[in-house]
Design a protein. Structure first.
Length: 230
């Protein structure tokens, strides 16, 4: 027994080996595990909102313009590694990647009275800033529904100014619609409108019927198109 105890004593070879192994184990496993408690890593395409007791932490409201109240901002983390102090902070991940939402098909009338059954969709993504993430995450119940209403209204206003029976190319129409609604969607929903795409359009039955009823507009092509619907 004395020989065994002497091997693990401070001066023994086995004791030195145990101390070395303990030090290596601590450096390789224990220290990284402890560091993970104090470091938060946010992947690309995501943002993190800092919370306490499950509720987002909101910075003190900044002074607004003259006569308007300031708006508080959530504390957020952009992609990368961040120190998590104090330890009791928790984080809620927010997907800020681009996504697409379809707009309901709408019958829109151009300036010439020509009606289009317009099928469209829009691409959007949340904006990574304290103010916009607060609007996106806290202030709007249904972001896509509200954004769709604003974009649909802008699309209607743009098409009402068009002449002729054909819609312009997507790059032209998308630019005009985005310019008309980008600021409103950002303010109301906290998201960026990336693109607005017209996926299809057609003459409506009502327009063909009205053209066929008019005595002066009973052209053979209109009547043939009306019969083709039956």
């Amino acid at each position: 027994m004395d020989a065994i105890f002497s091997m693990f004593s401070s001066g023994g070879a086995m004791g030195g080996l145990v101390k070395t192994g303990t030090a290596v184990f601590t450096v390789l496993l224990v220290v990284p595990a402890l560091l993970k408690l104090f470091i938060v890593t946010v992947d690309e395409g995501w943002a993190a909102i800092r919370t306490r007791n499950g509720k987002p932490i909101i910075r003190r409201a900044r002074p607004g313009k003259a006569g308007t109240a300031g708006v508080g901002e959530v504390v957020f983390l952009s992609p990368g590694s961040h120190g998590a102090f104090p330890l009791f902070y928790w984080y809620k991940l927010i997907d800020v990647r681009c996504r697409a939402t379809d707009l309901p098909a709408r019958q829109l009338t151009a300036a010439s009275g020509h009606q289009h059954l317009v099928h469209a969709s829009f691409e959007w993504r949340p904006v990574v800033s304290g103010r916009d993430l607060r609007v996106f995450e806290l202030d709007v119940v249904n972001v896509t529904e509200r954004a769709a209403n604003i974009i649909s209204a802008a699309l209607r206003d743009v098409i009402r100014t068009l002449e002729g029976a054909e819609l312009p190319h997507n790059d032209v129409l998308s630019t005009r619609v985005r310019e008309a609604c980008t600021e409103s969607v950002l303010t109301a929903c906290g998201v960026e409108v990336v693109n607005v795409l017209i996926t299809g359009d057609a003459l409506t039955d009502g327009y063909l019927l009205s053209q066929a009823i008019r005595g002066s507009d009973n052209a053979p092509d209109v009547v043939a198109a009306l019969h083709a619907l039956n």
